[in-house]
Design a binder for this molecule. Structure first.
Ligand code: AMP
Ligand code: ZN
Length: 117
């Protein structure tokens, strides 16, 4: 069922505490933690605690929680004192998605080229 924890999902395990993470923020519905392979001085992942496979599924299945995730990206940026930052939702393997639990990358602390690679 949409939103239920998945046994084989890395980020469900982070939410459940069986895989450690450097948590920077937590709300009732979201978790924010540092990416294990940072691509910028600030690289934080914001995830819904519920399992949804990608950003579009999250928006369709739990729009209020999708809004919570977006609100938290701003809160992370504020805490990290980022004037400018980029929010990325890689969607599909061709775009680099490797974890099939919706997550927003919050990237900042260096110049960010546009268009991205
Ligand atoms: P994506 O490639 O968009 O699906 O993003 C998945 C991200 O999760 C990558 O940037 C990984 O570096 C990151 N990642 C994988 N395992 C962990 C972990 N245990 N803790 C924190 N970040 C992780
Ligand atoms: Zn999951």
């Amino acid at each position: 069922m949409a939103g239920e924890p998945q046994d084989d999902c890395l980020f469900c395990k982070v939410v459940g505490g069986t895989i450690p993470a450097t948590i920077v923020r937590e709300t009732e519905t979201t978790l924010a933690f540092r990416d294990i392979n940072p691509q910028a001085p600030t690289h934080v992942l914001v995830i819904p605690k519920e399992h949804h496979r990608d950003a579009a599924a999250l928006a369709a299945e739990a729009p209020q929680i999708a809004a919570d995730v977006l609100r938290e990206t701003q809160a992370v940026a504020d805490e990290e004192q980022l004037e400018s930052y980029r929010i990325v939702f890689n969607t599909g393997s061709g775009a680099g998605q490797t974890v099939w639990h919706a997550h927003a990358h919050v990237l900042g602390g260096r110049g960010l080229e546009w268009p991205p690679g």
